[in-house]
Design a protein around this ligand. Sequence first.
Ligand SMILES: Nc1ncnc2c1ncn2[C@@H]1O[C@H](COP(=O)(O)OP(=O)(O)OP(=O)(O)O)[C@@H](O)[C@H]1O
Ligand SMILES: O=c1ccn([C@@H]2O[C@H](COP(=O)(O)O)[C@@H](O)[C@H]2O)c(=O)[nH]1
Ligand SMILES: [Mg+2]
Length: 215
Amino acid sequence: MGSATEATKDISENLLGHKKVTVVFVLGGPGSGKGTQCANIVEHYGFTHLSAGDLLRAEIKSGSENGTMIQNMIKEGKIVPSEVTIKLLQTAILESGNDKFLIDGFPRNEENRAAFERVTGIVPEFVLFFDCSEEEMERRLLGRNQGRVDDNIETIKKRFKVFVESSLPVVEHYESLGKVKRIDAAKPIPEVFEDIKVIFSSLASKVMKLVIISS
Ligand SMILES: Nc1ncnc2c1ncn2[C@@H]1O[C@H](COP(=O)(O)OP(=O)(O)OP(=O)(O)O)[C@@H](O)[C@H]1O
Ligand SMILES: O=c1ccn([C@@H]2O[C@H](COP(=O)(O)O)[C@@H](O)[C@H]2O)c(=O)[nH]1
Ligand SMILES: [Mg+2]
């Protein structure tokens, strides 16, 4: 990205919807493997990966005035106010220079979803949903060893509750619009990615067809 003026120009074009931005929401329970598979998708399909949780953790590290509030919310498995998360996502989208994004772990609730669509004007191409049992997710989280303050059994239980009560309704909303692509995330990592490839290869060929038709 070049000068501040160029960045501002891109911001308005993206957010006013003049420039086509492709967004895939990557949703699923804590530990279902979203981050792991997003790295594979980035490598093969050129998307930019934006993990809302990673952006919030970076905000804590940056010494931001919201840092303590965010840290407390994450420790409790609670959902950070949407204006904070949306601002971080907007900035990351605009600074990336890319036009296709995997938004991982957001929207977390219906209010997040409605606010994101209202503020950015972006609706997702589809939702990639990682379906996995709590038993398997718990095993993965307790074995993750990345030093996360929320990878302990007490917080994990809270995160599961928030996921079922607040996040699954977002998936149901997009299901009612026929936008959910469900993945069996309990399979081994390479097998999950084989299933994901089928989805992203068909998206890539759809985009190619559109380019040919419109040129
Ligand atoms: N299909 C899989 N089978 C076994 N282990 C997996 C699989 N996918 C990911 N893992 C492992 O499980 C742990 C959690 O994976 P990951 O961080 O990708 O999950 P996540 O959905 O991003 O979790 P969170 O919502 O907490 O950020 C990691 O240690 C990862 O290596
Ligand atoms: O949109 C979001 C995303 C995340 N959070 C908070 O961060 C943690 C960890 O998120 P991961 O996706 O597992 O990395 C989550 O439990 C929330 O506390 C959020 O508030 N909003
Ligand atoms: Mg993750």
